[in-house]
Every structure is written in C-alpha cells, then in structure tokens.
Design a protein around this ligand. Structure first.
Ligand code: ATP
Ligand code: MG
Length: 422
C-alpha cells in the first residue's frame, strides 16, 4: 500500500465544523471593520524577501530565523509573508493610495508563515486579521485603532478576560535618549546578561527589556523607564491616547517593559493578552510606525496598525464564550423508492434556490439510514417522499423535534418552513 502523506509539521487542517467557528468570527470582524470605516485589502501571499528584511528589520526574530524563503526560476529570493504590515505598506506606496485620500484605513485577513517551534497557539502557518491606518500622526488615530480591536473583543463577549498592555517608545529623539540611558544602566552588568541580550546590547538594546531569561528579567526590573525619557511631544501624544481610552471606558495597564519584537515601532505600542492561554498569551499586538512608509521608499507618512492571531483568539473564545454557529439544516429530503432517486435532485434544487439549507442521500441508502443522516445533520425538518406523495406533488413534512407531520405541496415547502420557523 502506498504510504499516506502527512501534513507538514506546525500547520493545521481546519475542518468544516471548526470552520463554522471561523466564519462566525470572520463575520464579526468584517462587520466591525465596516462600522469603523476600514476597507479590506488583499495583498499577495509572497513578496520579495527584501521587503521583509527592510520592512520588518534584519535583527528581528522573524527575519533572522523564522522566514520561509525560496528562490524562483528567475533566482529572485521570495518569502512567504510572515506578517502583513510590510506588504500593506508596499501596496500603499506602489498603488499611490495616498492620492485617493490622505488617510487610508485598511484591514486584512489571511495566513502568515513563520518557521518557529510549533506548540499550542504557535504554528508555522497561522492566520491573522489586522488593520492599518496610514496617514494620521495624531493620538485620536491610535485611540481609534485600539477601540477597533476592543470592540471586536466586546462583540465576542471576551473583553473582560483580556488585558490591554500599553507603552510608548516615543519618537526617534526619545528613543535615542532612552537607548543610551538603558545602555549606561546595563553596561556594568553586561557579563550577567544572557547571550542573546549581550548581542543585542549594541544593535537593539530595547529588546533586552522583553527578554525571557531570568537573569535579564532581574536586571531589567530596576532599569530606567522609557516613559521617563520621552520628550515633550512624545509624552503629550502618549498622555492624550491614554485620556481618550479612559473616555471610551477601555481599561489598560501601562507596561514599562513592553517593547514588542519588531524594529519599526514609534510612540504607542500595545498588546492584548489573555490568561485563558498558556505561554502564548498574546492575541493581538501592534503600534505606531511613523518611519516605515518612508523607509520603504514612500513619502514621510505616519501610520499605526495591529494584528491578531485567529487560532489563539479562537482558543480564548472556545474556553470562555463559544461562538454560536448555527450548523443545522432546514430540511433533509428522505426518498422512499428507487425510481424517485432520479426525481429528487430537481426537487431539492428548487428548494435550495428558494433559500433553504437542505440535503439528501446520494448513496441510495435505506429509509432508516436516511433518517439517521438527517439527525446527524441536525435537520429541523425531514421531507418524506414516496410514490404516492410524488403522484400528488406533495411531501410529508415532519418536524424533527415535535414529531408533528403535515402534507405540503412541492412548491409550498419553502414558504411553509419559513412561516413555521425551521
Ligand atoms: P509572540 O510573542 O507570541 O511570538 P509576536 O510578537 O511574534 O507574538 P506579532 O508578530 O505581533 O506576534 O503577531 C500578532 C499576533 O499574531 C500575535 O499576537 C499572535 O496572536 C499571533 N501570532 C504570532 N505568531 C504566531 C504563531 N506562530 N502562531 C499562531 N499565532 C501567532
Ligand atoms: Mg513571535
């Protein structure tokens, strides 16, 4: 026997029953994005590797060790997108979206690819939905972005078990000031830092703040706070964001150690975490990236965005407040008599065209087996069709719950079910 082919490590099959949950979530996301006036964008799944190297940053975990890169026939290096901010910004620049309006509010959903160690809530192909607002430098844009995700959490009914952590890394001037004050603080203890942090000491010392190594954590606890190094403009921006969140009743905690993994952030950064998850507790992360558009060759345009992991979000939703996904059929057609098997498709075709969710057996199974199938598919009604019924142009409609039965003509089935609330 030929060997079975297994799926690649760290990727998932989303089977129909689970896909119902996904669809329910996607429905909420689309509706909320619509209410906040974000338009959907669908960039390609792969891009030139250079885009991520420049856009995400050579020194990040993503670019330094997680990318799925390959070369195509023309020998250009391409990469399966590990995230979508860089792709959205590339698309914004290439399509001159700023000409359509000075603020572009875009959202997306789709699979991302990162070669990391698979575990619960961490996969090699995973899905994100996210939003980017490109064009406004002002704090009200930050507040709107955060409110957008918070509203999705509210619609899912899980907002009270999710924590919003927020911090500001300020503008370039503030960050440079903080960088040297952090280095000054750490320098005497350099040999105590983990190997990774020692490497980052020169290239990206801020990342040492979110190191998981116990010795680093210990040291970092008493490190100077970035908040204390913000210049006036950065401090004002941050204070205004917090004020607007308070006015909207969006709870937050300030996390001085929050820096996030990507290089491109400026000013506000944030993360939503849930304690319903284990170690992989972040369900959404984002922040302002005022320099990215110009660094990728566009004009000097400020922006802010976030991305949320769908698998992780669904793990939280499942644990706390499972989504109601109505999976049952309206009707299952049960055919009695071999001659009617070829008549059945036209009948059910008409009902489907009339908007009913219905199914029938195509294995020519017994009446009993058809009943079992109707039950398995949670049909509200069964329509029983025998020779007599066919002759009269009717079916026996039986309510699966109450057992009540009534003869209804073929063309009245849809309206009957509608008025009886299947
Ligand atoms: P983490 O700290 O868990 O590695 P991250 O900072 O790498 O997350 P982002 O790049 O900000 O994550 O991506 C946004 C969101 O995408 C995360 O908050 C998480 O919900 C989800 N996510 C990231 N990586 C994965 C993955 N490998 N598998 C599943 N979901 C992921
Ligand atoms: Mg990561």
């Amino acid at each position: 026997m030929p060997q079975k082919v297994q799926r690649v490590k760290g990727v998932n099959d989303i089977l129909p029953q689970e896909a119902r949950q996904w669809q329910a979530l996607e429905h909420i996301v689309k509706q909320v994005m619509d209410r906040y006036a974000f338009g959907e964008i669908r960039p390609p799944i792969f891009e030139k590797t250079e885009l991520f190297a420049r856009g995400v940053g050579e020194d990040t975990d993503i670019v330094s060790k997680e990318m799925y890169s390959f070369s195509d026939m023309s020998k250009s290096s391409l990469t399966l997108r590990p995230e979508l901010t860089a792709g959205v910004v590339r698309s914004y620049i290439q399509n001159n979206l700023q000409q359509i309006s000075p603020v572009q509010k875009l959202w997306y959903e789709g699979p991302m690819f990162r070669q990391e160690r698979p575990q619960k809530g961490r996969y090699r192909q995973f899905w994100q939905f996210g939003a980017e607002a490109i064009g406004s430098p002002n704090p009200e844009q930050d507040a709107e972005m955060i409110a957008l995700f918070y509203t999705i959490l509210k619609e899912l009914g899980i907002e009270s078990s999710v924590t919003l952590k927020i911090n500001s890394v300020g503008d370039g001037e503030s960050r440079a000031l903080y960088r040297s004050s952090l280095q000054e603080y750490l320098r005497p203890h350099l040999s105590l830092l983990s190997e990774t942090s020692q490497k980052r000491f020169e290239s990206n010392p801020l990342r040492i703040l979110d190191s998981k190594a116990p010795s680093d954590k210990e040291l970092v606890r008493d490190a100077p706070k970035i908040r204390e190094c913000l210049n006036k403009a950065s401090a004002t921006h941050y204070a205004e964001v917090l004020k607007m969140l308070e006015a909207m009743d969006i709870p937050y905690i300030q996390d001085d150690l929050l820096v996030r993994g990507l290089d491109y952030y400026t000013h506000t950064i944030f993360e939503f975490t849930s304690d319903a998850l284990g170690a992989q507790d972040a369900i959404c992360g984002g922040g302002r990236y005022n320099d990215l558009v110009s660094e990728l060759g566009g004009q000097d345009v400020p922006a802010i965005g976030w991305a949320s992991g769908i698998e992780r979000l669904l793990l939280v939703v499942d644990a706390l407040q499972p989504l109601k996904a109505d999976s049952g059929l309206d009707l299952f057609l049960i055919v009695q008599g071999e001659d009617l098997r070829v008549k059945a498709p036209k009948l059910i075709h008409e009902w489907r065209r009339a908007g009913l969710r219905c199914d029938m057996d195509t294995l020519r199974r017994s009446m009993k087996a058809q009943m079992r199938e109707a039950n398995r598919q949670e049909a509200s009604y069964v329509a029983i069709l025998g020779e007599d019924e066919f002759g009269q142009g009717i079916v026996q409609l039986k309510n699966f719950k109450t057992g009540e039965q009534e003869a209804v003509s073929f063309e009245n089935v849809a309206s009957y079910l509608r008025s009886h609330g299947s």
